[in-house]
Ligand binder design. Structure first.
Ligand code: GLY
Length: 575
């Protein structure tokens, strides 16, 4: 009898412990691969070489910002698909002392830019001009942004954090299968630009796995940056080569544009969701505002574990997404040029008013026009990395050239790819860009303005300490990817790997359509959603995958879990 009772008691205790562990997101069991576990630090990027470089910096005693800067330069070499020195990005930082900050090194429109620069004399939008070739290039921000972050929040000298990237470029690195496939896939796109064709298409000879990929010119440009800092890129020889390329092809960027480029440190967007604090990117990104608005709307629901993947949950997500993407279209742009109604868009009351409009049917997109929050308003071609260090500093960075390998042009002699970020402006109100995103006056083109982004580097805090560090590439889908990973963790108690692996959906108001990954919506749910009035995307056609999130979760005992997205070929490296 006594034995029976003590066995029963032990069973109850084990059950209680299990429940406790589950409710604190401890890794007990998972339906997917376990995340990488570490005690001291973690770096998750889209390139295994870059992840290892980041961890080496942490091991040497560098902080998360030092590692982020080293990774930023390394990705320009090992992940030219999106890593860059010729593009831009955003860095969200949470420091161990509680400081939250955001560094905006988004590209800017050149001084000669104008509202209608991509329209012909009849007012028709010539989309190739903003998307392709030399006319699509925004003034690059990455080098200035990374160096700004290092000087203000890092602890190591530039030469130390940039050296691994220089070594890789000069000595070369062995191409893996994913890099070979990616480079060979775009080989024809480089053909128009001999300097790029030579490096990134191997002059027409397809790359093979294991080839040594040397980028001598890029190594030289990185060395100029190492020796002269910001001036090594924005002035002197590298700048002259950039201007020469502009002149040769008829581009807009001049030395005056390079002289004027400055990154901006901004107050991050801060929101709350079910007791967690959300720290994310402010304009010129739409990401932070849209993410917090989405979470504010969805906080009005009470989801049960069994709701995940069902019509009730997908309906809630999609309706919230439609309203928020309509607001993105109508109200969001570079805050330095346009009065973004931030307070209204971020208010819980406004979110509640949207929640109250949602019925149990699909709201047709054309019924969602312009709301008035004042009264109370990449595609996978970008890349994200998340870093956490031993001291408790967290860094979340998303960086981009816009399209894959940017505009496919290389600055001759300096070996770096140029962005085609001008396409993220709304060149003609109401006309969609390459991500199908529309815009308004808020995102019209003006000299020195930053084009609106969807990049959403985010840090979620629990009791003022980093809990999730997350972000994704994916153009218009970035925001909804970050949303779903966060909700998978908070509402559905998934660990970071499960939360990232789980199939995803996406809706951006227009086109009026739910996009979904192959296994995101089962046939029964699909049927219910269609009955509710939804249209579903033709499976796999538009978005075969939705985003590639790279994330970190820190549990209450300080154990760090890193998860790379299996949709990509990145890795989580911890120590
Ligand atoms: N170029 C993609 C973005 O910034 O959202």
């Amino acid at each position: 009898m006594t034995k029976f009772y003590s066995l029963k008691r032990i069973t109850v205790i084990i059950l209680l412990i299990s429940l406790l562990l589950l409710s604190s997101n401890e890794i007990v069991e998972a339906e997917t691969a376990q995340p990488v576990r570490a005690k001291n630090g973690m770096v998750v990027t889209a390139s295994d070489i870059a992840s290892k470089i980041g961890v080496e910096i942490l091991k040497k005693g560098g902080n998360a910002v030092d590692a982020a800067v080293a990774v930023g330069f390394a990705l320009a070499v090992t992940y030219p698909f999106a890593g860059n020195i010729g593009g831009g990005g955003f860095m969200v930082i949470h420091l161990k002392d509680g400081t939250n900050t955001a560094i905006d090194y988004r590209e800017k429109a050149p001084l000669s830019a104008s509202r209608d620069m991509y329209l012909d004399k009849n007012g028709n939008y010539i989309s190739s001009m903003s998307k392709e070739g030399v006319t699509s290039v925004g003034v690059p921000g990455s080098v200035a942004g990374l160096i700004y972050a290092l000087k203000k929040y890092g602890t190591m000298p530039l030469n130390e954090v940039i050296q691994p990237a220089i070594n890789l470029a000069v000595k070369g690195w062995r191409l893996d299968d994913a890099s070979v496939k990616s480079l060979n896939q775009f080989a024809n796109d480089f053909k128009k630009y001999p300097a790029a064709y030579k490096i990134y298409a191997n002059n027409g000879k397809p790359f093979k796995e294991g080839d040594l990929f040397v980028q001598k010119d890029l190594g030289w440009a990185l060395n100029q940056i190492k020796e002269k800092g910001v001036e090594g890129f924005y002035k002197g020889k590298v700048a002259s080569l950039l201007i020469k390329t502009m002149k040769e092809y008829g581009g807009y960027i001049t030395q005056a544009d390079l002289d004027k480029y400055k990154p901006v440190e901004r107050k991050p967007i801060i929101g709350t969701y079910r007791g967690y604090e959300i720290v994310s990117m402010p304009p010129s990104s739409s990401g932070g505002i849209a993410l917090v608005e989405l979470l504010n709307i969805l906080e009005n629901y009470k989801f049960k574990p069994e709701d995940w993947g069902g019509s009730y949950y997908i309906h809630a997500l999609v309706e919230a997404m439609k309203y928020v993407y309509a607001d993105r279209t109508n109200y969001l742009g570079d805050e330095d040029f346009y009065p973004v109604p931030k307070k209204g868009l971020l208010s819980k009351e406004y979110a509640k008013s949207i929640f109250e409009k949602i019925t149990d049917k699909a709201t047709p997109a054309d019924e969602i026009k312009k709301t008035n929050p004042i009264k109370y308003n990449e595609s996978n071609e970008t890349t994200h990395y998340s870093i956490y260090d031993k001291q408790g500093n967290a860094v979340s960075v998303t960086t981009t050239l816009n399209s894959a390998y940017g505009n496919k042009m290389v600055v001759n002699g300096a070996g770096f790819l140029l962005n085609n970020e001008m396409d993220d402006f709304s060149a003609k109100p109401g006309v969609p860009n390459q991500f199908g995103l529309r815009g308004s006056e808020a995102n019209s083109i003006q000299p020195e303005k930053r084009m609106l982004s969807s990049m959403t580097p985010t840090i979620v805090l629990k009791n003022n300490k980093p809990y999730i560090i997350i972000g994704s590439p994916g153009g218009s889908t970035i925001i909804t990817v970050v949303l779903q990973v966060i909700m998978n963790c908070i509402d559905f108690n998934m660990n970071i790997q499960e939360a990232i692996d789980a199939p995803r959906i996406h809706d951006q108001w227009l086109p009026d359509m739910i996009y979904h990954e192959k296994f995101a919506i089962n046939p029964d749910t699909k049927e219910k959603l269609i009955k509710m009035g939804y249209k579903l995307s033709d499976l796999n056609k538009t978005f075969p995958i939705i985003g590639k999130a790279e994330g970190i979760m820190i549990d209450k005992d300080g154990i760090i879990y890193g998860a790379a997205d299996p949709r990509g070929s990145g890795t989580a490296e911890g120590y």
